[in-house]
Design a protein around this ligand. Structure first.
Ligand code: IMP
Ligand code: MG
Length: 173
C-alpha cells in the first residue's frame, strides 16, 4: 500500500462504541422537525453509514462534494460544490458530517454556503477534531474523538486516496 501504518490510534471497538454514543446524542438533540444528515464526501462515507444506523428518529441522507481552490483561482468563497444536495434545505435541521477538522477552512466555507439556504438549524458532526483549528468560526457540536496532531488514515480517511477501507484509524509512518 505504499506507506505503512505506524500505530492504531482508534480500533474498531472504540470507534463503534463512540459512534453509538454520538448517535444517542444526536437522537436526543433533535426532538422534532425534519433532520437531513449531510455527508461531506469522500472522507465521511464510512462514518456516516455507521452513524445514521445509530440515530433513532426519522431522517434523510444526502451528500456534498466540495472542491477547494488555491488562492490564485477565483471562486465564490474558494469552495465550489461538485455535487449539491437535491433536497431542499430551507426549514430543515441540517447536520453536516465531516471526517476530520484540521484547519477548519473547508468547514467555514461550506457552513457559510449552507447557512445562506435558511435551514432551521445547522450543526457540525466531526468524527475527529485535531483542535488546531484557529480558523473555524463555527462550533463543532458533535465530535467523536479529540485526535492527536498526526496524519490519520482509515475508516474513510485517506492518504492520496489510499487506506480509506481500513476498518480502524491509524497514524502513518
Ligand atoms: P481543513 O479544511 O484544513 O480542516 O481540512 C479538512 C480536510 O483535510 C479533511 O476533510 C480531510 O479530507 C483532510 N485531512 C486533514 N487532516 C487529515 C488527516 O490527518 N488524515 C486524512 N485527511 C486529513
Ligand atoms: Mg482527504
Amino acid at each position: 500500500m505504499g506507506r505503512a501504518v505506524k500505530r492504531i490510534v482508534y480500533d474498531e471497538r472504540q470507534i463503534a462504541a463512540r459512534v453509538k454514543e454520538l448517535g444517542g446524542q444526536i437522537t436526543s438533540g433533535y426532538a422534532d422537525g425534519d433532520l437531513l444528515v449531510l455527508g461531506l464526501l469522500k472522507g465521511s462515507f464510512i462514518f456516516l453509514s455507521d452513524l445514521v444506523r445509530q440515530i433513532r428518529r426519522p431522517l434523510q441522507v444526502d451528500f456534498l462534494v466540495a472542491a477547494s481552490y488555491g488562492d490564485n483561482t477565483f471562486s465564490s468563497g474558494n469552495v465550489r460544490l461538485l455535487y449539491d444536495p437535491e433536497t431542499e434545505l430551507r426549514g430543515k435541521h441540517i447536520l453536516l458530517v465531516e471526517d476530520i477538522v484540521d484547519t477548519g477552512k473547508t468547514l467555514n466555507r461550506l457552513m457559510d454556503l449552507l447557512k445562506a439556504r435558511n435551514p432551521r438549524s445547522l450543526e457540525i458532526c466531526a468524527l475527529l477534531h485535531k483542535h488546531v483549528a484557529q480558523e473555524l468560526k463555527y462550533p463543532t457540536k458533535f465530535v467523536g474523538f479529540d485526535a492527536p496532531n498526526e496524519f490519520l488514515v482509515g475508516y474513510g480517511l485517506d492518504h492520496a486516496e489510499n487506506f480509506r477501507h481500513i476498518p480502524y484509524i491509524a497514524s502513518l509512518q
